[in-house]
Design a protein. Structure first.
Length: 513
């Protein structure tokens, strides 16, 4: 299939041909000796005080703008660390009689978006801007596709590219024209590193567990299915890594954790992506009370590592991640928002209450799902500051130990922040007989049509029969936590390459800016 080219793209390909005719390789493969970044120059150059240290610099970057002044021009290049101005003079690039390099190549055949390498010295212009006086220029990559135009004035961007269709689908171009987006992903790495450092210092062990699983266990979620050709059996992309980490606790590890890439074949919105990252860790001889304490400490340290303080601006709200956090039972939360105590309600009563509040239900929903719907619709959005919602009904938590003093409940909490759950934790169920019964209840829900009910994992039951010590575990949504710590409105803004509907081939190059 031939590629349809816009007028601007055709012009660039014609320039590519002209460069090749001049003997200039538009895609050379040299080891270009970059010695400094734009940010380092701007941060450390002090003019006459240390100009000798900047008499011979070499850097590379993408041309972002050019101001032609006849025999000289100013340009701005952007490297991985920022932008810097270049001063390009014809007599410097072409000291002899032949001025073709400047007139023919620099002025006519190079474009915004091309990647160049420059050597020269640093100076300060009459307007006080730190710049590089170019002595030598090398074309490193010819850009064949024009960048969206971003207007700037006096160092301020006032017409940034904001179209989400473009930004999420072409993240590579988004990072070029919106370089501030890089900071989100730098902070994401800081966040993950802070968690890893905290857990390692506590003595936890990082492990890897299977992504392809024969049983999609560990969460009530709809899995992606695939087929293993060699074994000729169906496999599932993991919805959670919980059951494998618990197997390791059975095997004798006291504290294990994993940054798990999970996959759930469900809806997509501002807080859900079918592929997402969760931190899960499991600790022997601990319970959910201990887990709440350690979670507070962890999240507080993450906030400081990412933003140098515990208070973070999220939209127009200031959220303080300093421990300790408020704690409230899920029944009390529902009563607080509705005035109704659902503690002793049966399934019919809960269904009637949902109907009263115009909450959609399905016949397949049991007590647990109905209470979950009530909480989601009436309570979840009210928790702005970090809050532990605790003590869930047993029907909602098939992998959780029953509450030691409250019949019908389990020892579970969810950490709610800014109206969304970012963590889910239990005192883990380690009774294999009780666990088998819970799985069987899930199987009955599956028979009723609940496609998010859990499969029975017989190998996990076998592992429990060997004996799992009292254990507490947690899952923390890394993407949602990153949204909070970087003040981003949607999960797509903290994923480098979020899932999107496949692009129609014939629609290529039709996005307008």
């Amino acid at each position: 299939m031939s590629q349809h080219l816009s007028e601007q793209e055709q012009i660039r390909r014609d320039k590519l041909t002209e460069l090749q005719k001049l003997g200039i390789d538009p895609f050379p493969a040299p080891l270009y000796p970059v010695s400094i970044t734009s940010a380092t120059i701007k941060e450390t150059y002090k003019g006459e005080e240390n100009k000798a240290d900047f008499a011979d610099v070499c850097l590379a970057g993408r041309i972002m703008s050019v101001r032609d002044m006849g025999k000289a021009s100013f340009a701005v290049i952007q490297d991985s660390a920022g932008k810097i101005q270049l001063y390009v003079k014809r007599d410097d690039l072409c000291p002899g009689e032949d001025k073709s390099l400047y007139d023919q190549v620099w002025k006519k055949l190079l474009d915004i978006g091309d990647i160049i390498g420059v050597k020269g010295y640093v100076f300060t212009t009459k307007t006080g801007e730190t710049s590089v006086h170019v002595r030598e220029l090398t074309l490193l990559t010819k850009s064949l596709k024009p960048l969206p135009i971003v207007k700037e004035a006096e160092g301020q961007t006032f017409d940034a590219v904001t179209d989400p269709e473009f930004r999420y689908r072409q993240r590579y171009a988004d990072l070029i024209v919106n370089p501030h987006v890089k900071e989100v992903f730098v902070k994401r790495t800081k966040l993950i590193n802070a968690i890893r450092n905290f857990l390692n210092e506590q003595g936890a062990l990082e492990v890897d567990t299977p992504v392809l699983q024969s049983i999609p266990g560990g969460a009530a979620a709809r899995p992606f299915t695939t087929h293993h050709n060699a074994l000729d059996v169906p496999f599932y992309m993991r919805v959670a890594n919980e059951l494998y980490l618990k197997r390791l606790i059975v095997g004798g590890f006291d504290w294990v954790y994993e940054f798990s890439r999970n996959f759930r074949n469900e809806g997509m919105d501002r807080t859900h992506n079918p592929e997402f990252t969760v931190l899960e860790f499991y600790t022997a001889y601990k319970d959910y009370e201990w887990m709440m304490n350690i979670t507070e400490q962890l999240i507080e340290q993450v906030a400081i590592a990412v933003n140098s303080k515990t208070k973070v601006l999220v939209g127009d709200k200031e959220i303080d991640f300093k421990a300790p956090y408020k704690r409230i039972s899920i029944h009390d939360a529902i009563k607080e928002q509705t005035g109704v105590d659902v503690t002793d309600m049966d399934e019919n009563g809960l269904r009637d209450l949902c109907r009263q509040y115009h909450i959609h239900t399905e016949p397949s929903m049991g007590k647990g799902k109905l209470i979950d719907e009530l909480f989601s619709e009436k309570c979840e959005g009210s928790f702005i500051q970090p809050t532990f919602v605790i003590d869930y009904p047993v029907e909602m938590s098939p992998l959780t130990k029953k509450h030691r003093s409250k019949p019908g409940l389990v020892e579970r909490f969810e950490l709610m922040v800014n109206g969304k759950e970012i963590a889910n934790a239990y005192t883990e169920l380690n009774d294999p007989i009780d666990q088998r019964e819970r799985f069987e209840e899930q199987a009955k829900l599956m028979e009723r049509g609940d496609d998010e009910a859990m499969f029975i994992d017989y190998d996990f039951l076998r592992a429990l029969e060997y004996g799992m010590p009292p254990t507490s575990g947690i899952g923390i949504g890394i993407d949602r936590l990153c949204m909070l710590m970087t003040n981003q409105p949607g999960i797509q803004d903290v994923l480098l390459f979020p899932q999107m509907r496949p692009e129609k081939q014939e629609a290529e190059d039709t996005i307008n800016f």
